[in-house]
Write a protein that binds this ligand. Structure first.
Ligand SMILES: [Ca+2]
Length: 198
């Protein structure tokens, strides 16, 4: 009997290790999409977090005592376009910075593999501008902060989910836009993603 219990415990342990390895891989190496939102100046909390199926929303533990002022969610991507979203309820009226990005890797040669095209960003509960990246100025999408190179902006319709334009993102090449939110009014940020690697 003890042997069977021991074997069962070993199997549970092995399964847990497997899940942890997969979760770690999804955040660092594998193709994933990520959405964050942060109260500007970490001025107030974002509560009642929700996320699209397959994603778990978290507060930003790395911000320590301010962790509830930012939320984040990461979802693995398949081969095709996928829409993901994160929702929160602002504790106060003010400004929230929306952040659209993808996975991260330390390996330079692996960076092409973890980048994603994104398009058709929408926000309910607040007003976001140029979510489809169709308005450009000086080779950058208007209303967005973004540090991508020219080849990370596609304008010929081949990479777009809607319209002509799409933008390539990853952890170190995010898109930022600040929106005005109202206390107690749920705010949902959604975006479409597909892997940039062929
Ligand atoms: Ca577009």
């Amino acid at each position: 009997m003890e042997d069977r219990v021991g074997l069962w415990m070993k199997m549970v342990f092995a399964a847990l290790v497997g899940v942890l390895v997969m979760a770690g891989g999804a955040q660092s190496q594998e193709m994933s999409a990520r959405l964050d939102a942060e109260a500007v100046g970490n001025a107030f909390d974002l509560a009642d977090l929700k996320a699209s199926p397959g994603g778990t929303p978290y507060h930003a533990t790395w911000l320590k005592e301010k962790q509830k002022t930012r939320c984040t969610m990461t979802v693995p991507l398949g081969k095709d376009w996928k829409q993901i979203w994160i929702e929160f309820v602002p504790a106060q009226s003010g400004e929230v910075q929306v952040c659209i990005m993808a996975g991260w890797t330390a390996e330079k040669e692996a960076r092409d593999r973890i980048q994603a095209w994104t398009d058709d960003v929408e926000v309910t509960g607040a007003s976001l501008k140029n979510g489809g990246f169709e308005d450009l100025k000086d080779g950058k999408p208007v209303n967005w902060l973004w540090n991508g190179k020219p080849d990370c902006l596609s304008t010929d319709g081949t990479q777009a989910h809607g319209g002509k334009n799409a933008v390539k993102v990853w952890h170190d090449q995010p898109l930022y836009q600040t929106v005005k939110v109202e206390a107690g009014k749920p705010c949902r940020v959604s975006a479409w993603f597909k892997p940039a690697a062929k």
